[in-house]
Design a protein around this ligand. Structure first.
Ligand SMILES: Cc1cc2nc3c(=O)[nH]c(=O)nc-3n(C[C@H](O)[C@H](O)[C@H](O)COP(=O)(O)O)c2cc1C
Length: 173
C-alpha cells in the first residue's frame, strides 16, 4: 500500500475486533513512529504500549470514552521534553509526538489495523496509571486494533475545500 492509499483509507476507528495485534505488526507500527522526524532530531518521546486490560480500562475511564478500553492495545505517545521551544516559539515536543503518532496511524492502516487519536483524557490520571513523570507529558492516546466490521465505513468526514485552506504568496483569511 502506498502512502497516498494509506492516507485515503485512514479514518478514526472506534470499534475493534476481539483479536490481539500480532507482535510483528505492532513492531512495524512502532518502527514507523521511531523513524519519524523530530526537531533537531531530539527524539524526546516515548511510546508506552499498553496491553494490560486493567491499565487500558483505567485509561479509558479517564477519557470518558469506553471504546478506548475495547482496543487490544493503546499506545500512549509521551513527550519527555514537552516545554522545549523551537526558535519560532512553537513547542517542539507536541509537534514531534504528533508526527510520530501520524506515522503510526498510517502504518496501522497499511497493516490492516485501525486507530483513533484520543486527546480527551485526564493528564494526571493517565500519568499515574502509566507511571509517567511530571516532567513528561502525554500528548495523545492511540487505541489500536483490528477494525470491527463496519467500523471503517466512511461516515461523512467533511474537509474544507482546498481553496479555503491554501493561500498563495500571502496569508489570506
Ligand atoms: C488531536 C486530536 C484529538 C482527538 N481526540 C479525539 C478524542 O478524544 N476522541 C475521539 O473519539 N476522537 C478524537 N479525535 C479524532 C477526530 O475526531 C477525527 O480525526 C476527526 O473527526 C476526523 O475524522 P477522521 O479521523 O475519521 O478522518 C482526535 C483527533 C485529533 C487529531
Amino acid at each position: 500500500m502506498d502512502v497516498y492509499e494509506a492516507m485515503r483509507k485512514r479514518c478514526s476507528v472506534r470499534l475493534f475486533r476481539d483479536k490481539p495485534i500480532e507482535e510483528d505488526k505492532l513492531l512495524r507500527v512502532l518502527e514507523a513512529g521511531r523513524i519519524s522526524p523530530s526537531a533537531r532530531n531530539d527524539q524526546a518521546r516515548k511510546f508506552v504500549v499498553v496491553r494490560d486490560a486493567k491499565l487500558r480500562a483505567a485509561l479509558a475511564a479517564s477519557t470518558e470514552q469506553p471504546f478506548v478500553g475495547g482496543a487490544p492495545v493503546v499506545i500512549a505517545v509521551v513527550s519527555t521534553e514537552p516545554n522545549r521551544k523551537m526558535h519560532c516559539g512553537v513547542e517542539s515536543g507536541p509537534v514531534d509526538c504528533a508526527i510520530a503518532a501520524d506515522h503510526m496511524t498510517l502504518a496501522a492502516v497499511a497493516e490492516g489495523l485501525g486507530a483513533c487519536w484520543v486527546g480527551h483524557f485526564d493528564q494526571d490520571v493517565c500519568r499515574k496509571v502509566l507511571g509517567v513523570p511530571e516532567s513528561a507529558m502525554i500528548i495523545g492516546l492511540l487505541p489500536m486494533g483490528y477494525p470491527a466490521p463496519g467500523a471503517e465505513a466512511p461516515k461523512i468526514r467533511p474537509r474544507k475545500p482546498i481553496n479555503q485552506i491554501v493561500c498563495n504568496d500571502r496569508f489570506t483569511a
